[in-house]
Design a protein around this ligand. Sequence first.
Ligand SMILES: *[C@@H]1O[C@H](CO)[C@@H](O)[C@H](O)[C@H]1NC(C)=O
Ligand SMILES: *[C@@H]1O[C@H](CO)[C@@H](O)[C@H](O)[C@H]1NC(C)=O
Ligand SMILES: *[C@@H]1O[C@H](CO)[C@@H](O)[C@H](O)[C@H]1NC(C)=O
Ligand SMILES: *[C@@H]1O[C@H](CO)[C@@H](O)[C@H](O)[C@H]1NC(C)=O
Length: 350
Amino acid sequence: MDVTYSLLCALLFYSVTVFAQNCVPTFLNNEVEIELSNQKLTTTVTGCLVGNQLPRGNIDSINIKAQVIPSLNSGAISNIQQKFQLHIIHNEIEVIRKNAFRNLPRLQNLHLDHNHIASVEPYAFENLQSIEGVYLSNNNIDVIKKDTFVNLPKLTDIFINNNKLKKFDQNWFVSTPMLIWLVLNDNQIITALQRAAFQDLRSLTTIDFTNNNLSYIHPEAFYGLNQLGELSLGENELTSFEEVNLSYSSAMYRLSIEHNKFTYLSPRFFNAVRGTMTELFIQGNPLQCACVDDLVLWASNNNITLFWKCEEKEVYCVFPLTSENDCVKRAIGQFNSSLIESFRSDCTIE
Ligand SMILES: *[C@@H]1O[C@H](CO)[C@@H](O)[C@H](O)[C@H]1NC(C)=O
Ligand SMILES: *[C@@H]1O[C@H](CO)[C@@H](O)[C@H](O)[C@H]1NC(C)=O
Ligand SMILES: *[C@@H]1O[C@H](CO)[C@@H](O)[C@H](O)[C@H]1NC(C)=O
Ligand SMILES: *[C@@H]1O[C@H](CO)[C@@H](O)[C@H](O)[C@H]1NC(C)=O
């Protein structure tokens, strides 16, 4: 057994209780694992986790896992000057209070996934000067309020997928100039994406709204997003993409609008991004067969990979009740309704 390995295995136990200033107690005999560059320590914390109680050495990450912690209160984690990752996952946390994370100037990533978070207070994430990612996936968040992510100059990733959000609003963010990933898949967002819905988040390259309840997108919703490369809107309730103006997004390479309720899509909707697009996902929509034909031809002429067919399904497009050779916008009464419904299920694409 070499020295490094035995150091890695060394588990030292000690215990700290902190009722410092600005600390509303969060922990009660909770086990905290501290990964240093060459060893792991486990400590028990009551009150707040404060930097000057931590062992000397380069802290890589602090992990608090699989315990019962009802809320992260003001000052829960504070005054740690080192560059580190913080994982507080699977702890049944329900609430994150304002200023739960205070004076952590080099905190890099904050993982809070797999808790029971229903509510996040405004200013819960504020002044984290080095933070790059905040991960809130797999919680019960139904509302995010104005001014929740504030003054995070290096934030690039925000993941709030698999929650219960009904609405997106860019006013959740204040001074987050580097945000590139906005990941909101698997929520219940039903409120339309309004005009210029992302105009304060212009560095976004990836937006994921897969598996929500969107039925309307304003034509100018994506105003100003000139870095946007990937837009995922699959598994929603969208019926028309006709007016959505993609011409701001001259970098778009992947657009996913599969498993919606489109009966009509025309190549001209995507002409604005024809030069950059490499992949377009439209499968699982009850599209008119004439439109599918047009799109297949257009994609092939423009070197775009079009995903349009579910492998295991025989029916992949719909013939309207009249003039079936024309790809035109039609009222829903122009289709066989039971056939339209059959497009909702999952599918493997080829
Ligand atoms: C969203 O869609 C899902 C699946 O289609 C449905 O079960 C749910 O009730 C919808 N939620 C809302 C808020 O409409
Ligand atoms: C789409 O956006 C561009 C700006 O990139 C603008 O010039 C154009 O008028 C818009 N199209 C429509 C139909 O509004
Ligand atoms: C078509 O796209 C592929 C990758 O998407 C690329 O490697 C190839 O060079 C492109 N062909 C043309 C003719 O543009
Ligand atoms: C509608 O589609 C269903 C399922 O494909 C079919 O059984 C039914 O006969 C169709 N109805 C009409 C009026 O064409």
